[in-house]
Ligand binder design. Structure first.
Ligand SMILES: CC(=O)c1nc(NC(=O)[C@H]2CNCCN2)sc1-c1cc(O)cc(O)c1
Length: 130
């Protein structure tokens, strides 16, 4: 019914808010677009499910997410992939791991501070009925 579509529209606005607040940060530039396979040719051999901030936005626009939890499953791939692909003591690996951890904390703090728990519950209930 109409009210459900209103709730899901508000969810999309909230999720775009999270994603865009991260995309504007220079230190997250490497997470803003799909990994460039020319730059890292072995990437797809290591990382099974690539993800990036622009793909999150596309998924939001395509109504892929009915709950914040579904969004977080994809958002977490961005920093988990970066930690997995950059395990070495190599200075570049460390640099990217620090940014991956900053991204993880940024997402979790934004959601903790801005997401209304009752609204999140409402989205979960809509998901159950679909
Ligand atoms: C996003 C990511 O996880 C990423 N990791 C990299 N790691 C390395 O190159 C490490 C791997 N260990 C050995 C030493 N090199 S490069 C890279 C990347 C950075 C960009 O600016 C754009 C892009 O498409 C990919």
């Amino acid at each position: 019914w109409e009210q459900e579509e209103d709730v899901l529209r508000d969810l999309r606005l909230f999720l775009r808010g999270v994603t865009e607040s991260l995309m504007v940060e220079r230190r997250f530039k490497i997470f803003s677009k799909p990994v460039d396979i020319e730059e890292v040719p072995d990437y797809l051999m290591v990382i099974k499910k690539p993800m990036d901030l622009s793909t999150l936005l596309t998924n939001i626009d395509e109504h892929k997410y009915t709950t914040v939890g579904e969004f977080l499953e994809d958002a977490e791939l961005i920093w988990k992939n970066a930690l997995e692909y950059n395990p070495d003591s190599d200075p570049l690996d460390r640099h990217i791991r620090h940014r991956a951890c900053a991204l993880k904390d940024g997402i979790q703090t934004f959601i903790r501070d801005r997401l209304d728990r009752d609204f999140a519950k409402l989205c979960e209930e809509i998901k159950e009925t679909r």
